[in-house]
Design a protein around this ligand. Structure first.
Ligand code: BG6
Length: 485
């Protein structure tokens, strides 16, 4: 049998894309509340207010003017405010997950729901919501897998402290993590500290006002220290805790066998490996220190930081996998799309409607690259196809394209386990229930095996329907990955 008996077959979501209820139950505002929808050709924009009172819409590559704060323009549609309303549908959703055969479910707990300003005081009602979610999962034998921070920062911390640029967030985050570890002790065992830590570089993701490398890498250092402290504390609170890091992974192949292209691919891979190296090996790798030197990035560290990073290494690597790309020494090589992991086109691959290159074998490549380099267990915590779905008159949704995508990727993952001996803990396909796209804010970019009646103009009744892929995944899950055809 290729997959271990306790293999975690699940699905993955994030609070800001799934939960909604943004003003309910005493929740505080988060940066993700002030981001509007876009589409594949129009980037999402943050709405902020300057010191002078001017309202601006900025893209994620732009810095905020000094003193600007997050601002929600009244009466316009912000996709995450209601998202797909898990807040009120959690019982129905978790029952569907159980019916699909899921034995695990990855979701994030919103910091500003648990601690509204992010600093200290716990909102009991917020915690009670996650109690209800966790208990509902356990009722069905579903193992909760919790991401502590997934693309949101309490607005107060962004507005008043410049988010993760401030060292203070290390302690505030640790407090948040301690609250969760203590409260869910014995009920939640699998945790991840920061979602896709390697692509965090915007105001929404980090609460930082400037996107300059100096600010971003200083913020990264704070994330590393916070994560290491959380790992150490989490193990103290409950030695059974398994605490992972989470990286957006895409293998970058050399475009050709020209040695300069091979070197370009090694350099491109450092954008993922740097983060895994620090969190798994426990030190800043020399290539990154050299890069800092060349680019005048000076990381301010406190005494003891490097020891903490060395001690607080993670138990497993969680990663998202959607695509591969290429690297070339030619600056004019054609580029492909992607989730901030931008790389070159591969002439051998097809791409999704959003330009993400589809490469099932790349998943096996990724699993091998990471397992051979780090030798610790891996978990695929995101994978899937964003596509346009059509609801037929009788309510059915025939998403064969998604079934094909899933089958090919699961086969590749099976090969990595069966033929290559990779230690794989589980598979959590992204957005197994439709939710708001992080990249574009769209609803119509759907990943789910469960359809949600919600559209980009803010209409829809939030009802849920099973797509054909729901039944396919049910078969896969119930056979522990044996029945794929
Ligand atoms: C990952 C994120 O980058 O990709 C998710 O962790 C995101 O939050 C997912 O939703 C898919 O990206 P998108 O842009 O299609 O939603």
């Amino acid at each position: 049998m290729p997959f271990r008996k306790d293999f975690l077959w699940g699905g993955a979501t994030a609070a800001n894309q799934y939960e909604g209820g943004y003003l309910e139950g005493g929740r505080g505002l988060a940066t993700s509340d002030a981001i509007r929808g876009g589409d594949k050709d129009h980037p999402r924009k943050y709405t902020v207010k300057t010191k002078e009172g001017e309202v601006l819409e900025l893209s994620r590559e732009e810095s905020l003017p000094e003193g600007a704060v997050g601002y929600i323009i009244p009466d316009i549609y912000y996709p995450s405010h209601q998202a797909v309303d898990f807040y009120h549908h959690y019982k129905e959703d978790i029952a569907l997950f159980a019916e699909m055969g899921m034995n695990s479910f990855r979701f994030s707990m919103s910091w500003s729901r648990v601690i509204p300003d992010g600093v200290e005081k716990v909102n009991e009602e917020g915690l009670a919501f996650y109690d209800a979610v966790v208990d509902e999962c356990l009722k069905y034998g579903i193992e909760p897998i919790v991401t502590i921070a997934h693309f949101d920062v309490p607005m107060y911390l962004a507005d008043t402290l410049d988010g993760w640029h401030s060292r203070k967030l290390v302690d505030y985050f640790l407090h948040f993590a301690e609250v969760l570890f203590t409260h869910f002790k014995g009920r939640v065992k699998y945790w991840m500290t920061f979602n896709e830590i390697n692509i965090l570089r915007s105001w929404m993701q980090l609460g930082i006002h400037s996107v300059a490398p100096q600010v971003r890498y200083q913020a990264d250092h704070h994330l590393f220290v916070a994560s290491a402290k959380a790992v150490l504390r989490g193990h103290e609170i409950d030695p059974a805790n398994q605490i992972g890091m989470m990286v957006a992974y895409a293998p970058t192949y050399p475009l050709t066998c020209k040695p300069a292209d091979v070197m370009a691919s090694i350099e491109a891979m450092r954008a993922r490996n740097f983060y895994i190296d620090v969190q798994v090996k426990g030190f800043y790798p020399p290539y990154q220190l050299k890069w800092f030197e060349r680019n005048n990035v000076n990381i301010e560290m406190e005494e003891g930081d490097l020891e903490l990073i060395a001690k607080g290494t993670v138990d497993y690597i969680g990663f998202s996998y959607y695509m591969s790309n290429t690297a070339s020494a030619d600056p004019n090589a054609e580029m492909a799309g992607g989730n901030q992991l931008i790389g070159g086109k591969n002439p051998y691959l097809e791409a999704s409607r959003w330009g993400w290159q589809i490469d099932p074998m790349g998943l096996r490549v990724s699993l091998n690259q990471m397992y051979e380099r780090y030798h610790i267990p891996l978990m695929i915590v995101e994978n899937g196809l964003g596509a346009l779905d059509v609801v037929e008159e009788d309510g059915s949704i025939h998403d064969d394209y998604r079934i094909n995508y899933m089958r090919d990727h699961i086969k590749a993952m099976k090969d990595a386990v069966e033929l290559d001996g990779v230690d794989l803990l589980g598979y959590q396909p992204w957005g197994h229930i439709d939710l708001v796209s992080a990249g574009t804010g769209e609803m119509r970019k759907r990943y789910g095996f469960i359809f949600v009646d919600r559209y980009d103009d803010g209409t829809g009744d939030f009802s849920r329907k099973k797509k054909d892929s729901f039944y396919y995944m049910q078969k896969v899950y119930k056979s522990n990955g044996e029945d794929l055809d």
